[in-house]
Design a protein around this ligand. Structure first.
Ligand SMILES: Cc1ncc(C[n+]2csc(CCOP(=O)(O)OP(=O)(O)O)c2C)c(N)n1
Ligand code: SF4
Ligand SMILES: [Mg+2]
Length: 288
């Protein structure tokens, strides 16, 4: 799909954080196109199922290619697209439910491969599309439609998980600052390997966390979002872990490891080496 489907009538609720993420994605792709002198159709947005995944239908302006797949499977689809044409910039958009619940089992293999794609995760701490059930990032004890007496499980810490699994670019952002978020996404797209930009993107209908993220002097609430200091060394794994352990929503690049080749680069090397070997084998046959 490289054009909008006029019959698709999904709309985000007023104030939904996903509006800001969409804008950031548009900025990032436009900027990448300028830098690489390539058209918008050199980008492919692969979506999971959720309000967040609907970003693929709601992008404005010039359209990239889009693929609205099935719940929890944005990464396998992205892998198929990237490996069939490594020249494409492949970006996935998914929610905390899609990526960290049903889709959780796909993160580790792609981290091990260092698949060269960028995943933008819109974390609202809830299943928005299906009307407010608890997700893996919903906090303990929270009452939702699926946890009427409070959530029993502890929440997953996505940044800690990504670092542990070996994701080579990890950024954390906030939907209300689309320009800053665009820079994190652009750097993720340019990173030669598996990049995840995890975004706090409040759901105004089922889990409105704007006040907590921004803080409120009037209500005596300290902001949970905080900017990662400029002197943070993102190549230092221990420093990255320390940032994550600070808690809240750090904003900036948490970790970047540029030492590992990407999956497509390794695949190309193997293909080239084996092509030579197979040519040698054929010549050996003629020598007989
Ligand atoms: C296999 C399968 N299981 C369940 C669903 C129902 N379902 C659709 S979206 C969703 C969760 C959405 O939550 P999240 O990924 O956090 O996205 P959000 O809507 O919050 O952006 C679920 C459970 C489905 N579509 N397919
Ligand atoms: S239900 Fe929540 S996540 Fe979904 S569109 Fe509305 S505000 Fe956004
Ligand atoms: Mg969600």
């Amino acid at each position: 799909m490289s054009e909008k489907n006029p019959e698709y009538d999904f709309l985000w609720c007023p104030g939904c954080g996903d509006f800001g993420v969409r804008r950031a994605m548009e900025f990032a792709m436009e900027e990448l196109n300028i830098k690489t002198e390539r058209p918008m159709t050199s980008n492919v947005v692969v979506a999971g199922i959720g309000c967040s995944g609907n970003t693929v239908h709601l992008l404005e302006g010039e359209q990239p290619y889009g693929f609205h797949g099935i719940h929890g499977r944005s990464l396998p689809v992205a892998m198929g697209i990237k490996m069939s044409n490594p020249e494409l910039n492949v970006v996935t958009v998914a929610g905390d439910g899609d990526f960290l619940s049903i889709g959780m089992e796909h993160i580790a293999p792609q981290a091990a491969r260092n698949l060269n794609i960028c995943a933008v995760i819109m974390d609202n701490g809830v299943y928005g599309l299906t009307k407010g059930q608890a997700s893996p990032t919903t906090t303990h004890d929270t009452v939702t439609s699926s946890t009427p007496f409070g959530k029993i499980e502890n929440p997953v810490n996505p940044l800690e998980l990504y670092l542990t699994l070996g994701v080579t670019y990890i950024a954390s952002g906030y939907s209300s600052k689309p320009k800053d978020l665009a820079n994190l996404i652009l750097r993720g797209m340019e990173h030669p390997g598996f990049s995840i930009v995890h975004v706090a993107s409040p759901c105004t209908t089922y889990n409105d966390t704007y006040t907590q993220l921004k803080g409120s002097a009037k209500l005596n609430i300290a902001p949970t979002a905080w900017t990662i200091p400029a002197n943070h060394d993102a190549s230092d794994r221990k420093a990255a872990r320390a940032i994550i352990e600070e808690g809240g929503v750090p904003v900036g690049v948490v970790y970047e490891d540029n030492s590992r080749p990407s999956f497509d680069a390794q695949f190309e090397t193997i293909r080239a080496n084996n092509k030579q070997k197979s040519n040698d084998a054929q010549l050996a046959v003629f020598d007989l």
